[in-house]
Design a protein around this ligand. Sequence first.
Ligand code: SF4
Ligand code: SF4
Ligand code: SF4
Length: 311
Amino acid sequence: MSAVDRRTLLKGVAATGAVAATGISLPAHGRVAKAVPPDAVGLLYDTTLCIGCKACVVACREANDKKPDTRLSGGLWDMPADLNGQTKNVIKLYKDADSPERSYFKAQCLHCVDPACVGACMIGALQKREFGIVTYDPFFCSGCRYCQMVCPFEIPKFEWEKLAPKIVKCELCNHRLKEGKEPGCTEVCPRHAVVYGKREDLLAEAKRRIAENPKKYKGQKAGDPPKVYGETEGGGTQCLYLSHVPFEKLGLPDLSSEPVPHVAQTVQHGIYQGFVAPVALYAVLGAVVFRNRRKQDAASGETDGPAGGAE
Ligand code: SF4
Ligand code: SF4
Ligand code: SF4
């Protein structure tokens, strides 16, 4: 078992351990892996084309009404160190200390085909919806942060600085898609390093690029054959990557083709078989949601209903 597989497994254990503290069990039935939805859309990001201009970071903020993150620069520059409670998309620079090898890397939700975050979210705040987009509805969020623990790519972030914090992650600009626009990040990329489209078309395009120039692209580790990251990893993702440095250098984990929820649930079933019916857990979490919501409404003076998420 690789280090990354172990980490993924431990995350599953951590999540189930947190549930164990409630004294309540998780569902003990098997599950069937989700297939790629026929209407699946996504992104293709090619490191060989990215120049690190970060226009996509700015466009993502504007598209999602997020304030610049100036904390690292003492209030001067927008320079997020990573994804965080006000940053859904970030460009990182990988630089090898002992060689000229370097690469930019665009981090955002990969919109997994069978998302671990959706499996972990007991009350449906995270859902896989139309076009396979993984959406988030803050109304239903209890703030348990299980989604953070199980995501193999460490994508969901928490608004720690807010009184009523919620989860923040890319929702593939589904509000823009509904208006017939493309995602903010792809609209502005001057090099088309990140492009939006149907997953099957993006996958075909990625494979075409590899076939045209196999020496240009890399696999998971140095010496591995080139591959499209996300074609099968963790059950597949709708955001795909091509890279001229090994994917492990970019922080993309070496996952098998088995969906991550399978791994987490296998552990859960081993630990929790025979415990109390899961309906009790839903009841507890539901109570937490509505208690939090009441506090939030009292603080903001709002009484509106559900918000967010693609319908
Ligand atoms: S990358 Fe993480 S947050 Fe995004 S869909 Fe997959 S498991 Fe969920
Ligand atoms: S799809 Fe939208 S939310 Fe996601 S990274 Fe691009 S601009 Fe940001
Ligand atoms: S806008 Fe395009 S080229 Fe610029 S950093 Fe983002 S992905 Fe790279």
